[in-house]
Design a protein around this ligand. Structure first.
Ligand code: SAH
Length: 281
């Protein structure tokens, strides 16, 4: 089956192994070739809520086991998932653990991998495109831009108990990073926006909320820190969402390539007010 991939020394998924693999943010076209190679060889795929059905359809030979957990709820079942992977591997299966985005970005992939290794199960890690980068790109938002930011901070809006992470120093984040990308931020957005504003970020600071990014249901809300809570309500937006705080959001005025795919003409604007051609140093 793997012959239909381009010629390359593709690794073989051996019985008794578990490959922890990122499925990307949604669009099946954002899978890596290593992910496709894995999908074609797996006997069993243990997948999360954020993995699109269309991707599983590419592995009709495999048994598909759903191991979804709803974001923010206590992860009581995490141990069960990890141990199930151990059992499947010990039963001699070729196991593919498929997780949304990148397995090592807010995905508990590190914990699962460690449990497997502790139980003598050999692993391979296949990175994926994380929603906080690829999802924003699908909204026309570059996570870095020389005129905006020299750093970007990825933050989770929940901790293991479902609360805003008490250990996060929001003041340091607010003052230290021009662009802040928030995963799992919808539930506590009022609190998060309040923290950023009280740390000195302006009420007028641009914010984008991108829900079900890269899928056909993708929605993008452009708002500000001061109006985000009302605007999310008014638009009826639901998780999963990536929230991007910072002037990078303004680049969407020029880089909304999905609008172009839908027929809009390219717009020659200067959203960051550079007053000079984009290519000049
Ligand atoms: N490992 C994943 C993140 C898992 S945490 C990754 O690298 O992308 C789950 C959170 O990821 C969601 O609450 C949401 O904030 C974000 N997320 C994942 N897929 C998304 C999508 N298609 N659109 C918007 N947000 C997404």
């Amino acid at each position: 089956m793997i012959d239909s991939l381009p010629s390359h020394p593709w690794p073989e998924l051996q019985p008794g192994w578990v490959w922890l693999c990122g499925a990307g943010p949604g669009d099946p076209g954002l899978l890596t070739l290593h992910a496709l190679n894995a999908l074609r060889q797996a006997d069993v795929i243990v997948y999360d809520a954020l993995v699109q059905e269309a991707i599983l359809d590419w592995a009709p030979q495999a048994e598909h086991i759903y191991a979804g957990k709803r974001g923010g709820k206590p992860s009581a079942k995490q141990r069960d998932i990890s141990l199930r992977l151990v059992d499947l591997a010990r039963a001699g299966k070729r196991v593919l653990r498929l997780k949304g985005g990148d397995p090592f970005v807010f995905g508990r992939g590190g914990e699962e991998a460690q449990t497997l290794v502790q139980h003598d199960v050999p692993i391979r890690i296949i990175p994926g495109i994380s929603a906080g980068i690829g999802g924003l790109a699908y909204a026309g938002i570059p996570v870095t831009h020389r005129d905006v930011n020299q750093s970007v901070t990825f933050v989770t809006g929940h901790d293991q108990s479902g609360n805003t992470p008490g250990s996060l120093d929001w003041r340091a984040i607010a003052t230290g990073s021009q662009v802040i990308v928030i995963y799992m931020g919808m539930k506590h957005i009022a609190r998060i926006a309040g923290e950023l504003i009280s740390a000195g970020r302006p009420l007028s600071e641009p914010v984008a909320v991108v829900t079900t990014a890269t899928t056909e249901a993708q929605q993008v809300l452009e708002t500000t820190l001061g109006t985000i809570v009302d605007d999310i309500d008014a638009a009826g937006l639901e998780p999963p969402a990536i929230i991007c705080v910072g002037r990078a959001v303004e680049m969407r005025q020029v880089l909304d390539w999905q609008a172009m795919a839908a027929g809009a003409a390219p717009r020659n604007l200067d959203p960051l007010g550079r007053g000079r051609p984009a290519e000049s140093a």
